[in-house]
Design a protein around this ligand. Structure first.
Ligand SMILES: [Zn+2]
Length: 630
């Protein structure tokens, strides 16, 4: 007999008040525990440090610091080497001797940077930038005043280019970026936009254009790094990198860049950026996250330009989407014939098989376009919540409901056949399991009510389109009557479910969404399903919108919605989604809540192989203490 259980709560929502904030240990540590350092602020050419790697015991990674780079990590475990992606670039043989001077370290990371550009030159990852313009609120500090969304594929070859997924790209934003926020400034906006900072300098990252100054050692997550300031030499040209790089101390790859470009052309300026890389394949750290922020809210500032933006890169392992390639990849055999032998399909069975074929086609196509995560751990949580709704409502469908994670930020859900799809951004901002159940119940209601969409996609010719035209070729929007019926049915399903006593939290979430909806049009613009809000007004689950207490920013224990990025993280190489593990951080003021907002990135860096081990399930103590808000 099927039963229900708390799932989201046990798995992750214990950190409800903390999700997007980073645990203290992921902050960069100062190099206090490290040994003597070369004189600060002196050019490297004069400072030397014998035995950089492993010379001084480090607080928590003495072992890795001792490991010579020539010994591949994979040798520690067969399982790890099997985990190596089949299409990853071959790791460079690191038989080179360990550098013994900082000069040699600089030479090495310059060489590794060029090696990375070469290794990624045939990749076309997905790039997503979500930007919030900010205005000052006396109580909440800088809050979003409007927002912009960009999604495309980036060609990492010689000519860096972006192909955009969204048909109506935000032309206004581009014009403004190029034409100037006001008369004083215009912003340098290159074809790569916010993703320029995947590399410090694509063409001239070398000693003849830059000075490198060793600063100190520092841990980023589990990885010990050498920190260098990088400044362009006089007369080396406009738009050169100016800032700091963190270089890991085994193979000397750059793992983080922070700074801007200089000098700026007249009447314009460059954004500031913080760019992070992850060690997702042996030997290489691939660009994954870029945070950008501008704005000064102190009294008397004249330049009112203020925004914050997150850029995420994923889908490095996607196939290049040329037409021939796509034709050979179309799967026509994706549906198994499960009817017992010697039986013909009844008309109803045929109809269901047809729908399943459409469903499989769509899921496979979206995955191939880099928009859907492969089936994984997050789906296990989502499916358990759906199961809770099903068993308590005695729903018995001919095929089990499946779930998948849409990799993008805009808040949306849709269903195709028996598969419910929910976006990463929406999972991020939901405060608790009941709210997750609420958004899933709307899609489950469509399935239960037989609002099948998308059967036309059972024809395989309809899957033949280029990746960047996905949104133009697929769509799963219901007519208004079906939306109203699904909302009504969803409320019935929730009333019978284990979440019935927690619907106040859903009401709070919908209220929080309503307070920000007029400013967050881009975040609420869906690309495949029906929107949660239209024209600045929330329209999903209206019967629950009045539930719960009034929204009160001053109540620090009332967390109605979370910032983006706090729950789901995507592996930029293989697109797998997993839950973020964060420790609770106390909210100390209303400004800490940041509902639906963009925050800086602080990924916990780990070396390849070290982070792929599945983590233990969370402490069971949490199961008995479902999180909630008041
Ligand atoms: Zn709907």
């Amino acid at each position: 007999m099927r039963t229900w259980k708390w799932m989201f709560t046990a798995a992750l929502l214990v950190t409800v008040s903390a999700a997007a904030q980073q645990p203290a240990e992921s902050q960069p540590l100062s190099a206090a525990a490290n040994g003597p350092l070369p004189t600060d602020s002196q050019p490297l050419s004069v400072g030397t440090v014998p035995q950089i790697a492993g010379a001084t015991p480090s607080p928590n990674s003495a072992q890795t610091a001792e490991a010579p780079a020539a010994q591949p990590q994979a040798s520690q475990s067969q399982a790890q080497s099997q985990a190596q992606p089949a299409t990853a670039p071959a790791p460079t043989p690191s038989a080179l001797p360990q550098p013994t001077t900082m000069d040699q370290v600089v030479d090495r990371f310059i060489e590794r940077e060029h090696g990375l550009m070469k290794a990624l030159s045939n990749r076309t990852p997905v790039v997503e930038t979500y930007l919030q313009n900010l205005s000052a609120d006396p109580q909440l500090g800088p809050v979003p005043s409007d927002d912009h969304y960009f999604l495309g594929r980036m060609d990492m070859g010689e000519s860096v280019d972006r192909k955009d997924y969204l048909k109506e790209q935000d032309k206004g934003m581009q014009t403004r970026l190029m034409g100037g926020f006001n008369k004083l400034f215009k912003v340098q906006y290159q074809p790569m936009g916010f993703s320029w900072m995947v590399y410090a300098d694509r063409t001239d990252f070398d000693r003849s254009h830059y000075e490198f100054h060793y600063i100190r050692r520092e841990f980023l997550g589990d990885v010990r790094c050498l920190v260098f300031d990088v400044t362009p030499k006089k007369g080396s040209g406009k738009g050169r990198f100016l800032g700091r790089v963190w270089v890991e101390d085994q193979e000397y790859n750059i793992v983080r860049l922070n700074g801007t470009y200089a000098p700026a052309p007249r009447n314009s300026y460059f954004f500031h950026m913080d760019s992070w890389r992850l060690n997702l394949i042996p030997g290489y750290w691939v660009p994954a996250y870029i945070y950008s922020e501008e704005g000064d809210f102190s009294a008397g500032v004249k330049n009112k330009t203020a925004f914050k933006a997150q850029t995420r890169i994923w889908g490095y392992d996607l196939k290049k989407g040329d037409k021939d390639d796509e034709l050979t990849q179309i799967r026509v055999d994706s549906v198994k014939d499960e009817t017992p032998t010697q039986q013909d399909a009844s008309p109803l069975q045929a109809e269901r098989q047809w729908q399943q074929q459409a469903e499989d086609n769509v899921i496979e196509r979206l995955t191939r376009a880099g928009l859907l995560a492969p089936e994984g751990d997050v789906d296990h949580i989502l499916q358990t919540v759906v199961n809770n709704l099903e068993v308590t409502n005695n729903i018995d469908l001919p095929r089990p409901v499946r779930t998948r994670v849409l990799l993008t930020a805009p808040l949306e859900t849709f269903s195709v056949g028996n598969t419910i799809v929910i976006s990463r951004g929406l999972i991020d901002v939901l405060p608790d399991e009941a709210s997750l159940a609420a958004v899933l119940s709307h899609e489950l209601a469509h399935i239960v009510l037989g609002h099948n969409l998308g059967s036309k996609y059972a024809f395989n010719d309809r899957m033949l389109f280029s990746d960047d035209s996905t949104y133009a070729n697929l769509g799963f929007k219901h007519i208004p009557e079906e939306e109203i019926a699904a909302d009504k049915k969803a409320v019935d399903l929730l009333a019978n479910s284990p979440y019935a006593q927690k619907l106040d939290n859903v009401g709070l979430f919908l209220k929080a969404l309503q307070t920000r909806a007029p400013q967050l049009n881009a975040l609420l613009t869906t690309h495949l399903g029906n929107p949660l809000a239209e024209g600045g007004t929330v329209n999903r689950l209206p019967a629950l919108a009045t539930k719960g207490p009034a929204l009160d920013n001053n109540k620090l224990d009332q967390v109605a919605a979370l910032p983006l990025g706090g729950r789901v993280k995507i592996n930029p190489w293989d697109d797998k989604a997993e839950m973020v593990k964060t420790a609770p951080v106390a909210i100390t003021s209303a400004r800490d809540k940041m509902p639906f907002e963009v925050t800086p990135f602080y990924p916990r860096l780990a070396r390849w192989g070290a982070s792929t081990t599945p983590s233990a399930p969370p402490a069971t103590a949490a199961t008995n203490a479902p999180s909630g808000t008041k």
